[in-house]
Design a protein around this ligand. Sequence first.
Ligand code: GDP
Ligand code: IMO
Ligand code: MG
Length: 428
Amino acid sequence: MIDVLLGLQWGDEGKGKIVDVLAPQYQVVARFQGGPNAGHTLEFNGLKHVLHQIPSGIFRNDILNIIGNGVVLDPIVFKKEIDGLAKFNLALTANLQISRKASIIIPTHRLLDAAYEQAKGDSKIGSTLRGIGPTYQDKVARQGLRVGDILSPNFQEKYNKLVAIHKVILDQNNFDHASVLPQAETEFFGAVEFMKQFQLNDSEYAVNEAIQSGKKVLAEGAQGSLLDIDFGSYPFVTSSSTMTAGACTGLGVAPGQIGEVYGIFKAYCTRVGSGPFPTELLDETGEQMRQEGREFGSTTGRPRRCGWLDLPALKYAIMINGVTQLVMMKVDVLNIFDEIKVCTHYELPNGDMTEKMPYDLCDTPVKPVYQSFAGWKTDLTDIRSFADVPPELATYVYFLEDTLGLPINFISTSPDREAIIHRQAVIA
Ligand code: GDP
Ligand code: IMO
Ligand code: MG
């Protein structure tokens, strides 16, 4: 079986931390989509480390980490990540495999990302500008480069062909490439050579053979369900399938092999970039959340937009992913509030109430309808057992479990690996 761990909101839920926490139970951790737009933060032994493309199982011994075929991989970022891990003395070439079918981000993909955003003006997506959209575009257009291509004798030729296509588009958009491309290309080809020391394989065999031999595999999602290319707040989404189904196509595993689906959510909501966010707080409370939660992007450093927990959105994400258990993150950030609000419904412009995600959320603003809870106003740092949580927090947790119909089996109370309350909740 393969378990899937993914974000149920707009990304940055704390997936990296939970993969790291659960990793000792697994023999394989595999990323199935996204690329360097992701920033997954791990904290342990007083150290903080952000991973972008390398799976979050890398710090645990004897775990095979796989970058699957659904990923778009930037060799330049990959080399930097590997260099950044040097001080940890990890067995990287032994413990890391990359699918030959993963797509490659080339320097012009990043320029195209910037050119497209520039052309969109006020309606820009707020992309991380890591070249994600253009690389997936080339994959679907059947003209992209894949990791396996770097071993081909005519890689340079294939690369030149793609760059020629990109240059036409950049020129059409009056986007300067001549001044930056030569240096980026030198770095790119250096990084491509560097990548050759790693195991480049058909990772669908590695994953399926691991499953067949009884090993436990964890699929690590990037971004979040509300950024999914099909079900997110289109067009303000990323370009991959961020949901459970994406683990099947992004690793080559059959749907029947999926076991547990861990749905990770913050006790409130954040979003980076543009797009609808019904519970967004543009007031002092939102600012307090941002400061208390240190809500600044792990990849771009941009301030994250903050707001109360959105249950219609969460229920939707649970439904499309087949989530089997929930993990609630950053509960400690709410310690400071006297009152904690949760959006239970949306009020539509015509006055109707709904618990469903409206199709036209981008064009039609909805009004969140809130239920209030008393804050717990207690430091949770040293609490490791659910029996010790303040009664107000327990009430909040029971309400969510009841409404969502799923157990919240993990509650995270600080960035550190050790700060986790683990329980086996039973839902009536
Ligand atoms: P990911 O992209 O889902 O892996 O999440 P990010 O790493 O981008 O963002 C989550 C941020 O919250 C990181 O800075 C984590 O160190 C931090 N974090 C994770 N869990 C907790 C928690 O329970 N409490 C607090 N205060 N911070 C947390
Ligand atoms: P992790 O894995 C939060 C957002 C961007 C932008 C939109 C499209 O760390 O949770 P893209 O660069 O993919 O074309 O950007 O998606 N976005 C993320 N937001 N966390 C992420 O990853 C994100 N990856 C992309 O801010 O709004
Ligand atoms: Mg992140």
